[in-house]
Design a protein around this ligand. Structure first.
Ligand SMILES: Nc1ncnc2c1ncn2[C@@H]1O[C@H](COP(=O)(O)OP(=O)(O)OP(=O)(O)O)[C@@H](O)[C@H]1O
Length: 342
């Protein structure tokens, strides 16, 4: 693996074996994350974003879920590259918290209501860094200060319910960062917060990323957040990556009709001001994962769909130039407008 690379996921497959059949939640996803970089994974609900991030932490509930294929290379703090698919549970426990940390949408699901904030942050520090309780509490106060919580020493004795949603999310970030991870996985970390607090938390994450130099895997369905945070973007649909590129080409020259649809369904204030607003929801719904359409899974919702091609050929992810990857048999025709009737 390239020296600048922290993560290289290849052909990852995570399936759930349910009573109704096999749900191929992640079905051949590949991506990489360089050191210090933010990769955003976007897509509608059910596209497989969260399952991808849980797989990276090896937290897929088994049964019914299982990683059935692929590799997830990860460079540890010791410089050694490991395949997380093959690591045993004891080694994964060390990696979680030491190398990879995760924050979720709802901090209350990760914070324990019956322990103080100080107890919870310091416990992670004692466990992973082997420090004494006293040292760990001091470090916890420093972490709370770092994430912008006023009077951090006093706050150590608070319980989670004594804090606002935004404060709790800051505590989650403090806890996640207390062990100086090289990768932070953030799964919709600001969705439950109001817009002002959301902006503050994103700003905080960017600031901390610069200071600590970590990489971020950002899972979201919010394209505004992607534009703000990401260096590169993977767009997922029905368990597969359908487009991957740097953030600017994703917004300026998207190649996949699904990405175009996502972008068209976001309100843009600049266009609204010019009276050019044109909001178009993508028709239809994400397909039932047990009954994925033949060919390209997006074809029933796609305005460029062509019978006999899109309905039968499963497109491969191909390089459209400069590493801009797209999974659509018609992408170049759509670009040039050749033979395209809408
Ligand atoms: N424990 C499970 N058992 C069966 N199917 C599951 C399980 N967990 C997830 N899935 C399925 O995997 C697919 C992908 O789910 P995932 O949560 O990754 O989507 P997502 O893109 O993160 O959506 P959201 O934004 O709603 O979290 C869905 O079809 C979901 O039903």
């Amino acid at each position: 693996m390239d020296d600048k690379r922290l993560v290289e996921v290849s052909d990852l497959k995570v399936h759930f074996f349910t009573d109704d059949g096999v749900v191929k939640a992640v079905d051949g996803v590949s991506f990489h994350i360089d050191k210090g970089e933010t990769l955003a994974v976007v897509g509608e609900s059910g596209s497989g974003k969260s399952v991808t991030s849980l797989a990276m932490m090896r937290l897929i509930p088994n049964p019914p879920g299982k990683i059935v294929g692929g590799s997830m290379l990860f460079r540890g703090k010791d410089g050694k590259v490991k395949d997380l698919v093959k690591e045993d549970e004891a080694s994964m426990r060390k990696i979680r918290g030491n190398d990879i940390a995760m924050i979720f949408q709802e901090p209350m699901t990760s914070l324990n209501p019956v322990y103080t904030i100080g107890d919870q942050i310091s416990e992670a520090i004692v466990l992973h860094q082997g420090k004494s309780k006293k040292e760990a509490l001091e470090q916890s106060a420093e972490m709370l200060d770092l994430v912008g919580i006023p009077e951090p020493k006093k706050r150590l004795s608070n319980y989670p319910h004594q804090m606002s949603g935004g404060m709790r999310q800051r505590v989650m970030i403090a806890m996640a960062l207390s062990c100086n991870p090289s990768l932070l996985i953030a799964d919709e970390p600001t969705t439950a917060l109001d817009v002002t607090i959301q902006a503050q938390i994103l700003e905080l994450m960017e600031k901390l990323q610069k200071e600590i130099g970590m990489s971020i895997l950002f899972i979201t369905h919010n394209l505004g957040v992607v534009a703000e945070m990401a260096d590169r973007v993977v767009v997922m649909y029905a368990g597969r990556a359908v487009e991957e590129a740097d953030v600017t080409p994703i917004f300026k020259s998207p190649l996949h009709p699904y990405t175009m649809g996502l972008l068209n369904s976001v309100p843009r204030l600049d266009l609204a001001a010019e009276g050019k607003i044109r909001l178009e929801a993508i028709p239809g719904n994400v397909p039932n994962p047990l009954w994925l359409p033949s060919g390209c899974a997006f074809h029933p919702r796609c305005k460029y769909m062509q019978e006999g091609r899109c309905t039968t050929d499963v497109p491969v992810l191909e390089d459209a130039g400069n590493g801009h990857m797209v999974r659509c048999v018609r992408w170049s025709e759509i670009q040039t407008g050749e033979g395209v009737k809408v």
